[in-house]
Design a protein around this ligand. Structure first.
Ligand SMILES: [Zn+2]
Length: 496
């Protein structure tokens, strides 16, 4: 089965097609960098990480763009509160924090991370064009997009009228302004206010509105229509609908975005995350008590469009399932006895029918995994296939195989796990971390008993204030190249 994706605009699963064969252009709205990322961000960027990984595994060359919104009301407010207005410093620190969090969650980097402030000229050019085409107008406090002028109406992604969605969103629609002609219009350019960073424009000093930023950055990179635009469910309105208006009115190309994909919410213990409920966690806070790969496991064990409820049970299950995968991976790695095994021919292997059946089952699990991922990236089902494979791998390694078969099976299992649980689900620890054992120095082992004995005698001599005996022991240890450090927990020794 070929890949099918749920397209928000078409409101159904559609075959995934690309504008250019073998290549995917994908833009995902990035974070507004005024604070550390929270659980909702982890969910979103993990969802698109899996999509990114699966597209690459399916043979596509993906050009993945994710922006940083580095100028916005919240950034200015936070910088004024806590940094004496140094918004650039705040932005740089939060971008650094973003990379730390996402790297910890094993989220592969996008190909390009544009910052809004690097694209103000492009935004001005699009706004100018929209004014010339009568899709935008200049007011006292900025420039607005005139929604009534667009062929599309609000509702293109949500299926609801502007007023219905605004009601649902608790009336919170950004980009309100005094100069609007119509309450549905939104700001493309905001005239300068005191104590704010500003850029020059044909309409005076000011700064861009949020929606125009993503349109300018995606068009700059892809130079026209592109394959996937993604983001959180809550960005559909007004942000992404505004992008449809601007982008399509500016380019005359519809649809400009070929597949709109949106990920679901995260709740915590059945409640919406919010600072006032005290259940609002940053990724950094969660990772102080949860292994990052366990958190990753918890968040991918759901379809990306479904809501997730983060609670102790979910984390506990993820921890157990993750441990099972890691355990079997370590077991398979250690069961290998050669570096390059005789390859296992598919379907007809090994010394017994049971072995052949077991390997056939593993192959069918991998096929099931691929079908699940091709069905709108159903990672929950894909995780289930990997866990089924874990059981089968244990059975194979338990099976009383002869040495050559055992080695071949272990290599096959390692490859299977590294492909599905590693390259695609991203939940395997590295081989090196897993196989690292405390290093035993053979020289140290050979003299360990004697050294311990001497250290015990030295302690006795010191207690008896027998300095001659203590010095003799010190000299003997020096001859053996042993260095002793006295600590609060007693002497610790090493070899020079
Ligand atoms: Zn955006």
């Amino acid at each position: 089965m070929a890949l099918r994706v749920h397209d928000t605009r078409r409101r159904e699963k559609v075959p995934f097609t690309t504008l250019r064969p073998g290549r995917v252009s994908m833009y995902v709205c990035g974070v507004t960098v005024y604070d550390r990322c929270h659980l909702g961000h982890a969910r979103c960027y993990l969802a698109f990480d899996l999509i990114h990984r699966w597209l690459e595994a399916s043979g596509y060359d993906v050009d993945y763009v994710q922006n940083f919104t580095d100028i916005e009301d919240k950034i200015i407010a936070r910088a004024n509160e806590s940094r004496g207005g140094d918004w650039q410093g705040l932005v740089d620190d939060m971008i650094q924090g973003y990379y730390e969090d996402m790297d910890a969650l094993n989220i592969l980097r996008a190909d390009h991370y544009p910052r809004c402030t690097e694209h103000v000229d492009g935004m001005i050019a699009i706004i100018q064009d929209l004014i010339e085409r009568d899709h935008a107008y200049v007011a006292d406090d900025g420039v607005y997009f005139h929604v009534a002028s667009a062929p599309e109406k609000f509702g293109v992604l949500t299926g609801q009228s502007f007023d219905a969605v605004r009601e649902g969103a608790g009336g919170r629609v950004d980009e309100t302004g005094d100069g609007k002609r119509d309450h549905r219009d939104f700001a493309l350019w905001k005239a300068a206010k005191p104590d704010e960073p500003t850029w020059p424009s044909p309409w005076g000093e000011g700064r861009p509105g949020w929606h125009i930023e993503c349109t300018a950055m995606s068009l700059d990179r892809f130079e026209g229509a592109f394959d996937i635009h993604g983001g959180g469910h809550d960005l559909r309105f007004p942000h992404h609908e505004a992008e449809v208006f601007q982008g399509e009115c500016h380019t005359g190309c519809s649809p400009l975005v070929h597949h709109w994909l949106h990920n679901g919410f995260v709740n915590v213990d059945g409640e919406k995350m919010s600072k006032s409920l005290g259940n609002f966690w940053t990724i950094k806070e969660i990772l102080e008590r949860v292994d990052p790969l366990v958190l990753r496991m918890a968040l991918i064990n759901a379809h990306y469009r479904s809501p997730i409820d983060m609670n102790e049970t979910l984390l506990h299950d993820a921890e157990r399932n993750h441990a099972r995968i890691v355990e079997v991976y370590a077991r398979a790695l250690r069961a290998r006895t050669t570096e390059h095994p005789v390859p296992l021919p598919h379907g007809d292997v090994g010394s017994s029918d049971a072995l052949a059946r077991s390997l056939g089952l593993l192959e069918r699990m991998a096929e099931g995994f691929a079908l699940a991922m091709d069905d709108d990236f159903n990672s929950r089902e894909a995780v289930a296939k990997v866990l089924g494979g874990v059981r089968e791998i244990h059975r194979l390694l338990d099976g009383g195989l002869d040495e050559a078969d055992l080695d071949a099976v272990a290599h096959h299992a390692v490859e299977w796990l590294e492909e599905l649980a590693g390259a695609i689900l991203g939940v395997l620890p590295s081989r090196d971390v897993l196989l690292a054992e405390p290093e035993e120095d053979p020289r140290r082992e050979a003299i360990a008993d004697e050294v311990e004995d001497l250290l015990a005698k030295r302690a006795k001599a010191r207690a008896a204030k027998d300095w001659g005996a203590a010095d003799a022991i010190r000299d003997r240890l020096a001859e053996m190249d042993v260095e002793v450090t006295d600590t609060a927990d007693g002497p610790v020794w090493s070899l020079r």
